[in-house]
Ligand binder design. Structure first.
Ligand code: UD1
Ligand code: MG
Length: 457
């Protein structure tokens, strides 16, 4: 339904109060830039055509989104109205349809709000609808003025008298507008205010004065209005979002005994009867199955974890972990690793860009990099795949049911066949055929009585 609409997202502000080198809209809430939250909400309404207005630190935003959105450049930041004017060409292309305008520093506005407000906008035959909220503490928000219930204007906090500041009905900072009336309204906005800026908040007033139908739409949930203009507010957004995500997973059947240090990404899906323990951070797009125990102190980023998995004090990045596998304590699973079912990855084990077959056990002090390991392989303590020759990385291949003795070095490229053994302390430089034993170390000699002679000396 909204698929023929488009969206303009304002993100040109420096966010001086955040004291960052990057633009404010890239400041992160639960590791996700605020403007990405906004883009995700817009996309969840099936609005495909999105234009982000960039200015301060434009290259950071353009790098981040690449060609997934369009951009308009606001070279001088002369206000939110001026920012939308920078997107005029984009808006003209959508003549005859409706434009959603959002700010890049308000990450929590939901799909329901965007859609509900659009429906109200169309049903009332408005050319502009703005999102409003009655706030206990409206400090910093524009105040909404009405006359006999009819929208009149928005006055910015800075332009309000002490008495006007008592008004609690506030401008949240989201608008639906008819593309053609939007362009007309923008052309009428002037910078006659405390900041000498072109305020977008004058748009509904200008249109109302021209006889257009303009109305406000009350938000359903005040939590969605939060925005961050400084680090303290950003911290508050993180805290409230973290709490909300914990509530979300609790309501999906996940257990959390204590929330201390638990951060769960808004893009995480966690199965029922999974237990999340303190100090666990789940970042980005993560799927975790049912009946898992994650934590304490687990860090999982952009990964897929199966059912019944245990991850104890370990880190997993861009990897896949099969059902029933136990990881940790103190293991490090690096990108492009695929760990099979019922595998054991124990303490001080690092796995990188490798596949590990089902029921394999890598219990202690081992590095497996660029390797393809079969099923039911046992790694002795202290095994190292020597995957780098100083110029190139090479692969190690280990067949099913192999037994790798303690302290084996596997100098890649090398293959150990199915059911083969390597003796403890062996440096494997040649392929080991199926079923054989490789011993690559010098033979031990015992010098009888040697110690006594040394003591006498
Ligand atoms: C704005 C609204 C205010 C509303 C509040 C809600 C205006 C004039 N005021 O105030 O009524 O209650 O949001 O949070 O709109 N931006 C640009 N170019 C500019 C200026 C700003 O792209 O020249 C972008 C910023 O990057 C930001 C957004 O517009 O993402 C809002 O700007 P901000 O300075 O945060 O406005 P507020 O003072 O919060
Ligand atoms: Mg703001």
């Amino acid at each position: 339904m909204l698929s023929n609409c488009c969206a303009v997202i304002l993100a040109a502000g420096a966010g001086k109060r955040l004291k960052s080198k990057k633009p404010k809209a890239l400041a992160e809430v639960l590791f996700k830039p605020m403007v990405q939250w906004v883009v995700d909400a817009v996309r969840s309404c099936e609005i495909e055509d999105i234009c982000i207005v960039t200015g301060h630190g434009a290259e950071y935003i353009e790098d981040y989104f690449g060609d997934t959105v369009e951009y308009a450049r606001q070279t001088e930041q002369l206000g939110t109205g001026h920012a939308v004017m920078a997107a005029s060409e984009f808006i003209k292309k959508h003549s005859g349809s409706d434009v959603l305008i959002m700010y890049g520093d308000a990450p929590f506005i939901s799909k329901d709000t965007i859609e509900g407000m659009y429906n109200a906008h169309k049903e009332a035959g408005c050319t502009c609808t703005l999102l409003s909220a009655v706030l206990d503490n409206p400090f910093g928000y524009g105040r909404i003025f009405k006359n006999n219930g009819k929208f009149e204007k928005i006055v910015e906090e800075r332009d309000c008298t002490a008495e006007q500041k008592l008004i609690k009905e506030s401008n949240v900072g989201m608008y639906w507008a008819d593309a053609d009336r939007l362009l007309f309204g923008l052309s009428k906005i002037t910078p006659n205010n405390a900041q000498h800026e072109y305020y977008l908040t004058d748009l509904p007033m200008v249109l109302a004065q021209s006889g257009d139908n303009v109305d406000s739409y009350p938000i359903g949930d005040n939590d969605e209005t939060a925005s961050a203009n400084d680090r303290v507010q950003l911290h508050q957004l993180n805290k409230s979002a973290a709490k909300r995500e914990i509530m979300r997973v609790l309501n999906n059947g996940v257990s959390v005994m204590d929330e201390s240090g638990i951060i769960i990404s808004p893009d995480a899906n966690i199965g029922r009867d999974t237990l999340i323990l303190p100090g666990t951070v789940i970042k980005g797009k993560v799927t975790i199955g049912e009946d898992c125990v994650i934590g304490p102190n687990a860090y999982i980023e952009d990964s897929v974890v199966g059912n019944g998995v245990k991850v104890n004090s370990s880190q997993i990045y861009c990897a896949k972990v099969g059902d029933g596998t136990r990881i940790g304590p103190f293991a490090y699973i690096r990108p492009d690793s695929v760990i099979g079912e019922n595998v054991k990855i124990g303490d001080f084990v690092e796995i990188k860009n490798s596949t590990i077959g089902a029921r394999t056990s890598v219990s202690h002090l081992t590095y497996i990099g660029d390797s393809d390991v079969g099923e039911h392989v046992n790694f002795g303590c202290g095994t190292v795949t020597c995957n780098y020759d100083g110029l190139k990385k090479h692969r190690t291949v280990i067949g099913n049911d192999a037994f790798i003795g303690c302290n084996t070095n596997l100098v890649a490229p090398v293959t150990v066949g199915d059911g083969a053994y390597t003796a403890a302390g062996t440096t494997v430089t040649d392929d080991v055929p199926e079923g054989s034993l490789a011993i690559g170390r010098s033979r031990q000699t015992n010098k009888a009585g040697w110690a006594e002679g040394k003591i006498k000396k």
